[in-house]
Design a protein around this ligand. Structure first.
Ligand code: GDP
Ligand code: ZN
Length: 294
């Protein structure tokens, strides 16, 4: 038995696959009932034999992504440095999901990137116009057609551990498959070798795209609850609200009916999109509800 460190490259929820520095992969279980590890985690392990290891603890995390609602929170991925929010002209995308993902990224200290896919479609002009709002507030947008040409995305992936999020139908699988042509084949091969097909639902999987770029693919990562964020922190995490922080007449302004509210004034003058203020209000309510249920 040897103690060493490794990286979690596959999470099945309770069982993991870890990769050692030399590329060797082992099936890894945890001590006791502990399952608070995530794909992308660097972990201290004890190697038991040629195939198996035990995870002792997670090393310090740079970032941690988890999904939370009023009832529970679940780890999704660790050490992610970039969230790529995939949207498309068809089917129409939701500003709600973009807003939530941008907030989750800001809260976790992760760089966001909005990726407009299916740019080969004529409807992309309208989608581009909608995304201009986010670009105005310095959220980066990259345009691709996953079916034809993915190359504009490549420079954004360099040096990053990225995850793709987005509503279904936006093209996440198409992008993943284009980036990792043999993704499915590889997952099955490893799963069969290490688990004899026991844990068929993969919670998250880390792929090396090249020397510096990694992608964590997680089917569970379609949207975020933000119940763990403090309501007062919300405006600070939304770039279009930042200029108005501290400008309202009341320090504890919730930006609703209060007199002297500079945020509602900014909505009236067209500087903040009404949908963004509605999102802020919805999130305030959600967070309030979550707090009162705990
Ligand atoms: P997911 O649900 O986000 O994983 O989306 P998929 O990757 O399954 O894609 C949804 C649909 O959009 C499929 O029919 C794809 O063929 C199509 N699609 C994906 N990328 C493009 C693209 O760049 N252009 C066009 N026209 N269609 C695309
Ligand atoms: Zn206000």
């Amino acid at each position: 038995m040897t103690d060493t460190t490794a990286r979690i490259v596959t999470s099945y929820g309770k069982v993991y696959i870890v990769e050692l520095a030399d590329g060797q992969r082992l099936s890894a279980s945890t001590r006791g009932k502990k399952t608070d590890y995530a794909c992308g985690d660097r972990v201290a392990i004890t190697v038991l034999n040629q195939e198996q290891a035990v995870i002792n603890k997670a090393l310090e995390r740079q970032t941690l992504l988890y999904r939370s609602d009023q009832w529970k929170s679940k780890l999704i991925a660790a050490n992610v440095t970039q969230i790529i929010i995939v949207v498309a002209p068809v089917p129409s995308f939701s500003d709600e999901l973009i807003g939530r993902a941008l907030l989750a990224a800001a809260e976790a200290g992760i760089r966001p990137l909005i990726c407009l896919n299916k740019c080969d479609l004529p409807e992309s002009e309208q989608a581009r116009a909608r995304l201009a709002y986010y670009q105005r507030y310095a959220y980066p947008v990259v345009e691709i057609s996953a079916k034809q040409d993915l190359s504009p995305l490549r420079p954004w992936l360099a040096g990053q551990v990225s995850v793709l999020v987005g509503q279904s139908g936006m093209g996440k699988s198409t992008i993943t498959n284009a980036l990792i042509p043999d993704a499915n084949a590889r997952v099955n091969e490893i799963s069969q070798a290490l688990d004899s097909g026991k844990h068929t639902t993969t919670h998250a999987q880390l792929y090396k795209l090249d020397e510096t770029a990694e992608l964590i693919d997680s089917p569970g990562l379609q949207s975020f609850g933000l119940a763990h964020v403090a309501a007062e922190d919300l405006p600070r995490l939304m770039a279009d609200f930042v200029p108005y922080i501290g400008q309202c007449r009341f320090a504890n302004c919730r930006h609703r009916q209060e007199p002297g509210c500079q945020v509602t004034a900014a909505v009236a003058s067209g500087d903040i999109a009404p949908g963004r203020l509605e999102l802020l209000h919805r999130l305030q309510d959600e967070i309030y509800l979550a707090k009162n249920n705990y």
